[in-house]
Design a protein around this ligand. Structure first.
Ligand code: NAD
Ligand code: TYD
Length: 350
């Protein structure tokens, strides 16, 4: 029977993955390991925290002894690795944090898995959850495929690219079974409001300026987080060992168009006159090294595993806004304290 270590399970995507595995596979034991950094929040998992097959360990993936102890304590059979520093703007401010967690933390976990599983690698899987940002930036044409050459530009994407390479190196060198997926931008419930969509939702609620970087024509491919969790479940169980899967929403939006859509939907839901929130839009200085466009060709996972997004963007966004409006306490809790100082610093000079 599987005992799966899910790292970063108290974060945004991790909490959806933990919830899916805990509820869909009662026969598995799910160990959520998370350092509970500013981005980790056990409130994200309140609904499943008492499930019989759910365990939580507060630990740092860079701590070798702690990882070794967790593998021994539970008899970990598989890893789904999501723990990471995940925000590009923070990586520009503090790149070393990204090297420690994303690179050293990943290699540390791989080392522990290599040692603990050495009797028979064939019965264990190390799944690395990664990003499409490793591929760099597209111009107005084309899509990232699994064959696209790595060309990361931000400290965040460079650290994720490095960790992807290490995961594949442990497969090629030591024979550990691995799989990697590279996903586009996620959105949905529990999204930390430093990222574009939840930041804009939070600011619209609070009538604060909506900071759009540069000319606002940067393009991202958005995927509802629950569809990412479904894809991870499929790849974990049916993906080709040693393989890579790109995951995306077939859903490209220029940032400014997306902010307009959010303003329209929120004005309606908040009962404000149409056009009210758009007045909050403020163009601010651009992000250094800002990637112009990301867009994923998710054809491989569709052909091989039959995956495709289950909700439209309009449905997913509407569900997301409703969730944030219904969870004001969650939003207030995560935006107090440390978030407030980060926000003041990040947007101060605009
Ligand atoms: P997040 O920042 O919301 O959550 C990260 C989690 O990792 C937090 O719970 C945090 O406490 C934990 N963590 C951080 N450092 C740790 C450490 N040293 N030891 C243990 N735990 C630690 O991130 P997210 O958006 O949920 O992303 C999860 C994963 O998915 C990341 O690996 C990210 O690169 C990848 N990803 C994210 C997106 C996206 O749009 N958010 C898209 C594709 C891939
Ligand atoms: P973000 O959510 O940080 O994701 P990523 O940089 O990993 O794609 O940003 C999404 C896009 O939105 C990106 O082009 C930067 C832009 N952006 C803004 O214009 N204003 C903001 O306040 C933030 C956080 C992002």
């Amino acid at each position: 029977m599987k005992t799966i270590l899910i790292t970063g399970g108290a974060g945004f995507i991790g909490s959806h993955v933990v919830r899916r595995f805990v509820t869909k596979y009662p026969e598995y034991t799910i160990v959520n390991l998370d350092a509970l950094t500013y981005a980790g929040n056990l409130e994200n998992l309140e609904d499943i925290e008492n499930a019989a097959n759910y365990k939580f360990e507060k630990a740092d993936i860079t701590d070798r002894e702690a990882m070794s102890n967790v593998f021994d304590k539970y008899g970990i059979t598989d890893v789904v690795h999501l723990a990471a520093e995940s925000h590009v703007d923070r990586s520009i401010l503090s790149p070393m944090d990204f090297v420690y967690t994303n690179v050293i933390g990943t290699v540390n976990l791989l080392e522990v898995a290599k040692n603990k599983w050495k009797d028979d690698y064939s019965t264990h899987l190390f799944y690395h959850v990664s990003t499409d940002e490793v591929y760099g930036a597209l111009g107005s044409e084309g899509l990232f495929t699994e064959e696209t050459r790595y060309d990361p530009h931000s400290p965040y994407s460079a650290s994720k690219a490095s960790s992807d390479h290490f995961v594949r190196a442990y497969h090629d060198t030591y024979g550990i079974k691995v799989v990697v997926s590279n996903c586009s931008n996620n959105y949905g419930p529990y999204h930390f409001p430093e990222k574009l969509i939840p930041l804009m939702i939070n600011n619209i609620i609070n009538n604060k300026p909506l900071p759009v970087y540069g000319d606002g024509k940067y393009t991202r491919d958005w995927l509802f987080v629950k569809d990412h969790a479904i894809a991870i479940d499929l790849i974990f169980h049916e993906g080709t060992v040693g393989g890579t899967y790109n995951i995306g929403g077939f859903n490209e939006w220029k940032n400014i168009d997306l902010v307009h859509l959010l303003c329209d939907q929120m004005d309606e839901k908040l009962g404000r006159p149409a056009g009210t929130s758009k007045q909050l839009i403020t163009y601010v200085k651009d992000r250094p090294g800002h990637d112009r466009r990301y867009a994923i060709d998710a054809g491989k996972i569709n052909r091989e595993l039959g995956w495709e997004p289950s909700v439209t963007f309009e449905q997913g966004l509407s569900e997301t806004i409703d969730w944030f409006l219904a969870n004001k306490t969650w939003l207030d809790n995560v935006t107090s304290g440390a978030y407030a100082s980060y926000y003041d610093n990040q947007y101060a000079s605009n």
